[in-house]
Design a protein around this ligand. Structure first.
Ligand code: NAD
Length: 251
């Protein structure tokens, strides 16, 4: 379905981003893989079996220069760009009293500034290809969570960038946002659940938040990204697609 489409997925050395790369690769795309370091990027490509459909594009999205370098190198290696997936993101819990400038900058620079400046760097190439952008938001694009206000503000912003760009860039470029709930990746498992005094109890609490009573799988988010990026979604722009097991539907 994506035969020879040219795709950049930021933050794709592991987790959801890695699953998105794998799904695009299996659908015939050529994919630029981005992790923060050359090692993480090369190791992700090796796990996928290598080959000339995959380009390593290491780099840090937290600065404008980093975003511009990643996108320029991806466009050069791929010979243009059809799809940009703004997936790179981090999550640091902090109460209002704890959230100092360093935490604010760390989260905002990657999640929000990275999304903005990667897209800005890609917009000319995407106009040329009549391509599209998929931002990776979160259930936190809609819901406030205690001790997570900076992350929530960043993900609300990621959704709002998609909505504003869908108006600004139409009809040339479609822009959408996929909003995962709790997904079984390092971000949730290693950095959150495993840090608890009682990880089993926290896991069952987190599973319980979803109507479907389980964590999501990275491939389930990837399938939604591929739908939004595909021609089947040709009339879809400015949309927020929740893939969260019913987490944000109510309680
Ligand atoms: N896992 C979840 O439950 C969940 C829920 C909602 C939204 N999300 C969002 O999905 C996206 C992926 O999350 P994940 O769970 O796969 O996380 P993860 O921590 O497993 O992976 C994050 C990826 O982003 C990359 N990354 C981090 N900082 C970067 C930077 N400065 N520059 C370039 N790459 C960078 C990492 O190298 C890694 O490849 C994030 O935007 C996250 O906010 C995740």
């Amino acid at each position: 379905m994506f035969e020879n489409k040219r795709v950049l997925v930021t933050g794709s050395s592991r987790g959801i981003g890695f699953a998105i790369v794998k799904a695009f690769l299996e659908a015939g795309a050529r994919v630029a893989v981005n992790g923060r370091t050359a090692e993480s990027t090369e190791s992700a490509i090796a796990k996928l079996g290598g080959g000339d459909q995959l380009m390593p594009i290491p780099g840090d999205v937290s600065s404008v220069a980093g975003c511009e370098a990643i996108v320029a190198t991806a466009i050069e290696s791929l010979g243009g760009m059809d799809i940009l997936v703004n997936n790179a993101g981090i999550d640091i819990g902090a109460s209002l009293e704890e959230g100092d400038e360093a935490v604010w900058d760390a989260i905002m620079n990657i999640n929000l500034k990275g999304t903005y400046f990667c897209s800005r760097a890609a917009v000319k190439a995407l106009r040329e290809s009549c391509g599209n952008i998929v931002n990776v938001g979160s259930d936190s694009s809609f819901m406030g969570t205690a001790d997570m206000s900076i992350y929530c503000a960043s993900k609300g912003g990621v959704l709002m960038l998609a909505r504003a760009w869908s108006r600004e860039l139409a009809p040339d470029i479609r822009v959408n946002c996929v909003c995962p709930g709790f997904v079984d990746t390092d971000m949730v498992r290693r950095d959150y659940i495993d840090q608890a005094d009682d990880p089993e109890e926290l896991l069952s609490q987190v599973e319980d938040y979803a109507a479907l009573k389980r964590l999501g799988r990275p491939e389930e988010i990837a399938a939604a990204v591929l739908y939004l990026a595909s021609e089947q979604a040709g009339f879809v722009t400015g949309s927020a697609l929740s893939i969260d097991g019913g987490l944000t539907a109510g309680y």
